[in-house]
Design a protein around this ligand. Structure first.
Ligand code: ZN
Length: 190
């Protein structure tokens, strides 16, 4: 009901939202879940959040709409591949990660700061993240996937992002053509 009072103008959508909220709060199965959330420390909660890799973050959506605008068609939610890439382009055998600068430690980026308290805890977690990312890229490479990491801060400059994406696919096309040529030569010589 807070929603309605704050706006001072009860709209049908606000009423529905408030009703949904009340239902959630009063649901007999929910109190335990709410209490559990409250007992988590803020640090722990944000750490848990970081482990939930979402493909629908704002930077990921920006990369997707940019790719779409450039005419590339792609797939999402590559659950079975190492690191679960955010975007897959099977035609190019390409996988794109859209990484948050803080959690994935974008080198030299302002957003990749280290919190002042419990520095050791954070540094340990960051090391794990970086090592995991590196391992995933290596595994994808072994499986024959070409990878591109787009950093969150890079999605603020769409023109530069377009340039990076184009260069990545030009490269993919060139090496695809070269591979095909080598195959053709090998077939001729065989
Ligand atoms: Zn960055």
């Amino acid at each position: 009901m807070l929603v309605i009072l704050a706006n001072n103008r009860p709209r049908r959508s606000n009423v529905a939202a408030a009703r949904r909220l009340c239902v959630r709060l009063m649901h007999p199965k929910s109190p335990g879940a709410w209490r559990m959330t409250d007992t988590l420390t803020r640090e722990r909660r944000s750490w848990n959040m970081s482990r939930i890799r979402s493909s629908n973050t704002k930077p990921a959506l920006l990369v997707r709409s940019t790719l779409h605008g450039l005419g590339y068609r792609f797939r999402l939610h590559a659950r079975k591949l190492p690191g679960r890439p955010d975007i897959l382009l099977p035609k190019y055998r390409a996988a794109i990660f859209v990484n948050g600068c803080f959690w994935h430690r974008h080198t030299g980026c302002r957003q990749a700061y280290t919190p002042k308290s419990r520095t050791e805890f954070w540094n340990g977690k960051f090391r794990e993240n970086v090592a995991r990312d590196r391992r995933n890229l290596k595994e994808l490479d072994t499986l024959g996937w070409r990878t591109l990491t787009v950093w969150e801060c890079e999605t603020r400059d769409i023109a530069a992002l377009v340039g990076r994406l184009k260069a990545f696919f030009q490269d993919a096309e060139r090496s695809g053509r070269e591979k095909k040529k080598v195959q053709e030569i090998e077939e001729c010589e065989a």
